[in-house]
Design a protein around this ligand. Structure first.
Ligand code: PDD
Length: 287
């Protein structure tokens, strides 16, 4: 089956879908994105993703390209046309196409919008979660506005590659005081010896992950203690559990940090439980 992409008002064969060479997303990384998870033909937590998309656009003074209702109906249509059962949908909005100039283009230039969707291998992801992943720490070197989900991800991809080259599945950025900020494409968590879930506050220094917010809701409902505070690499190495969260990996247990084994080296009970309950706790919208 051929894949279909939505590009500026058209549904196109994926292989032929393209944007203009003077798209500001391409030339300046002047745009934002969202990734939503799809499970069992359901889009998860769409209102929260749309809220964050609108916020990111507002912060960068880019107009929302379409009314939210129409936007969401296109999202569902792209998922349907690509017959996604378990996978992800990717949304990108840039400031539009205009002759290269650092200044914003005139207001008449419309934002560009693309949406793609694809199946991912749920079985492989579950296998990875059953084994856990290692993380590799790198110095925080990103700009201050990582709360905006900008497509400008150069430090993130370099960090992820470095982690991969060192045999780890994710990189953790560490600030100059030794505290973990977040992963290259995930939020970072630990569970203390007392069973308290700890994750960095989302006021600054991290992206307010939709999965992170959902996990806070779930944990609270389950009667677990959640503390929003920063933790150090040493505290994480000595923790009862560690894990990361994102739309693409849901809850992924971390079993080693810089080659130091966390607890007994197996995925933690709380992380595995939250992963198992995630789908039923999320807000669902049929594709
Ligand atoms: N990344 N932090 C960063 C830097 C991220 O890039 C992401 C998501 C998260 C988790 O956010 P959420 O729970 O809303 O997915 C945290 C996406 C999945 C990506 O870039 O592919």
């Amino acid at each position: 089956m051929s894949r279909i992409a939505y590009v500026n008002g058209q549904y196109l064969p994926h292989n032929h879908a393209s944007v203009h060479i003077e798209d500001r997303g391409y030339q300046f990384a002047d745009g934002v994105y969202e990734v939503c998870e799809i499970r069992h033909r359901m889009l998860l937590d769409v209102p929260r993703h749309m809220d964050r998309l609108e916020r990111s656009l507002r912060e960068l003074q880019i107009a929302m390209p379409l009314d939210r209702r129409i936007f969401v109906s296109i999202l569902r249509e792209v998922c349907r046309r690509n017959r996604v059962t378990n996978g992800m949908v990717y949304i990108q909005v840039s400031r539009g196409v205009s002759p290269r100039n650092h200044l914003f283009p005139p207001a008449s230039v419309k934002p560009s919008m693309i949406i793609t969707a694809r199946n991912t291998n749920l079985e492989a992801a579950n296998k990875m979660a059953a084994a856990g992943i290692g993380v590799f720490t790198v110095p925080e070197n990103r700009w201050e506005r990582v709360d905006i989900k900008s497509v400008s991800l150069l430090p993130n991809i370099l960090a992820k590659q470095k982690a991969h080259d060192n045999g780890a599945g994710e990189a953790w950025f560490v600030d100059k005081n030794g505290y973990v900020t977040e992963g290259s494409s995930t939020n970072a968590w630990i569970v203390t010896a007392e069973g308290t879930l700890v994750t960095r506050p989302a006021e600054n220094g991290i992206l307010r992950g939709i999965t992170r917010t959902r996990i806070i809701d779930m944990a609270t409902e389950l009667g677990l203690e959640v503390e929003e505070r920063a933790f150090t690499v040493d505290e994480a190495k000595a923790a009862r559990e560690a894990f990361v969260t994102a739309a693409t990996s849901v809850v992924m247990p971390v079993t080693a940090i810089d080659n130091v084994v966390v607890a007994n080296g197996h995925p933690g009970e709380i992380a595995s439980c939250l992963r198992a309950l995630f789908f039923q706790s999320s807000e669902k919208l049929a594709c």
